[in-house]
Ligand binder design. Structure first.
Ligand SMILES: [Zn+2]
Length: 262
């Protein structure tokens, strides 16, 4: 399975050039669909791509505090082995949806949505959802996560009609005026700053109140480059429970925040 690990979808890095960074800044300023503010603090746990360990250990930890999570599935990764471990399959989709978790879209090919043409991106997104349907997913796909967090203003506008929420990877919380189609998130990974950063954002979410979306990839004792150890995820989950935040899937959160009409 070494071939899969080296496939372009998994080794690609978005451009770090100055024009690309400036463009990213402009895109995040241009809000496509503003959210109202939540009336109470909300936390959502989300997993990208997604590895099997997220669907079992990650889901168990979120269920342990009475919540459900969202899994953004990139369909071309189904059944393969990557640096994040073994990836999801149709049985994971069935088990997770049966338990009340949410499956979101994450494209078919994990393309950089800021670099590809709009029509190509939209057809890759639709293709990813068709693949998930062919794998047996019956729930509506209401959420989407941009691969590498990359997007553009035209795409955000197009997705505002297709999804109830689309998540990026820009750090921060979601409150009044934040973009429903470029939701902010906090990454939980092997970086030793990531748990303290998430805990301080949790405090802020409790105070404002705001909606905090946590994202990671695999959940293993020896995680890959974008994953987290179960003990770290559990610590954050317990802090969320002890703080008294509502633990909702992104669709549950958006329904609550918008009164069901985003
Ligand atoms: Zn991804």
């Amino acid at each position: 399975m070494t071939q899969a690990i080296n496939s372009p979808a998994l080794t690609y890095q978005p451009s770090r050039s100055l024009p690309a960074r400036l463009e990213r800044r402009v895109v995040q300023w241009r809000t496509a669909s503003r959210l109202p503010g939540p009336r109470r603090p909300i936390v959502s746990f989300t997993f990208d791509d997604f590895p099997k360990s997220a669907g079992d250990t990650g889901a168990d930890i979120v269920e342990g505090i009475g919540g459900r999570a969202c899994f953004y599935a990139c369909s071309s990764m189904a059944g393969i082995q990557t640096v994040s471990g073994e990836m999801f399959d149709s049985q994971d989709i069935a088990a997770l949806t049966r338990a009340g978790h949410e499956i979101g879209g994450h494209t078919r090919s994990h393309l950089d949505c800021a670099r590809a043409g709009l029509e190509d991106v939209l057809s890759d997104i639709s293709g990813g959802i068709e693949d998930l349907r062919a794998m047996g997913l019956r729930d509506p796909v209401r959420q989407f996560a941009y691969p590498f967090g990359e997007t553009g203003y035209g795409l955000k506008r197009a997705l505002a009609d297709r999804f109830d929420g689309a998540r990026g990877i820009l750090g921060g919380l979601n409150g009044p005026g934040n973009d429903r189609v470029q939701l902010r998130a906090v990454e939980l990974d092997g970086d030793e700053d990531s748990l303290p950063r998430a805990l301080s954002l949790l405090e802020e979410a409790m105070r404002r109140p705001a909606w905090m979306i946590v994202f990671t990839h695999d959940v293993r004792a020896k995680p890959g480059p974008w994953g987290v150890q179960p003990a770290i995820l559990r610590k954050l989950a317990h802090a969320v429970r002890d703080a008294g935040a509502a633990v909702l899937t992104p669709s549950q959160a958006i329904d609550e925040i918008t009164g069901g009409a985003p």
